[in-house]
Design a binder for this molecule. Structure first.
Ligand code: SAH
Length: 248
């Protein structure tokens, strides 16, 4: 009888012990997922819904990327303006483009995940990051040394290891490389010929082209058998491309 009691007590103790153990291990194995939703996540979603979907941005891949890339992390100050519908100063007289223009240029470039893309005008690095989410490699050139260094740091900190930043005059492109798409994020009165040379057959190039009166037209060219198929998209306002382009 005594032994029977002992066995029961032992059994109950073991059971309690087991219950505690499984409780604990279930806590360890399945941590409650706390989604990191901050105020910026909400603002980003609003930006996509009110500034992009309501206009002519319909490429779901582009919309998703715009909803994910933390634009405020590319800005040195004025973070509260990161998701507003206008360009924002980033220092050195330069700006981070309006979200809609970033989305529009990205959509028009029509890239895929095998593409190698060149950007002229790194600025904050934000446009490069947006592209980096959609393509294989992004090469980006910035003429202002401090901006090139800052953008490079931002991109590294956010884990973008497929973006290569260079401090140089983008007029000459990235010698020795060929690109599926080229994006120029500063206004020029002509397309630098080295960029056309570095564009692959069938490749797309997008640039804000400035007329002598100063009016700028976002222009998409496609290289087809050494001719350039040209399409005008819309009027825009970009900071000017500096350096060699202004001497020609
Ligand atoms: N794409 C940037 C914004 C572009 S602002 C972003 O996402 O933040 C335009 C940038 O072009 C500026 O930083 C300016 O310094 C740079 N720029 C102007 N002329 C250039 C040139 N010849 N070569 C490379 N960068 C140039």
């Amino acid at each position: 009888m005594k032994t029977k009691k002992r066995i029961i007590v032992l059994g109950i103790t073991l059971l309690v012990f087991l219950i505690i153990l499984t409780e604990r291990s279930s806590i360890i194995k399945e941590p409650k997922l706390i989604e990191e939703v901050d105020e910026y996540t909400v603002l980003r979603k609003q930006m996509v819904d009110t500034q992009l979907r309501t206009r002519d941005i319909s490429d779901e891949k582009v919309l998703k990327v715009m909803e994910n890339v933390p634009r405020h992390k590319f800005m040195p100050s004025l973070l509260d303006q990161a998701y507003e519908d206008h360009p924002v100063p980033i220092g050195y007289g330069q700006t981070i483009s309006q979200p809609y223009i970033v989305a529009l240029m990205t959509q028009e470039l029509n890239v895929d995940n095998e593409d190698i893309v060149l950007e002229i005008g790194t600025g904050s690095g934000y446009q490069a990051a947006v592209l980096a989410e959609l393509v294989k490699e992004v090469y980006t050139i910035e003429i202002i040394r401090e901006l090139a260094l800052r953008a490079n740091n931002t991109l590294i900190n956010l884990g973008y290891d497929n973006v290569h930043v260079k401090h140089a005059d983008g007029y000459f492109g990235w010698p020795g490389k060929e690109f599926d798409a080229i994006i120029i994020t500063a206004a020029a009165n002509h397309i630098p010929p080295p960029l056309i040379e570095q564009l692959k057959e069938g490749g797309r190039l997008i640039i804000p082209l400035a007329s002598p009166s100063g009016f700028q037209t976002l222009t998409l060219v496609t290289k087809i058998k050494d001719t350039l198929d040209t399409r005008f998209i819309t009027g825009v306002r970009f900071v000017p491309m500096t350096g060699e382009v202004q001497k020609r």
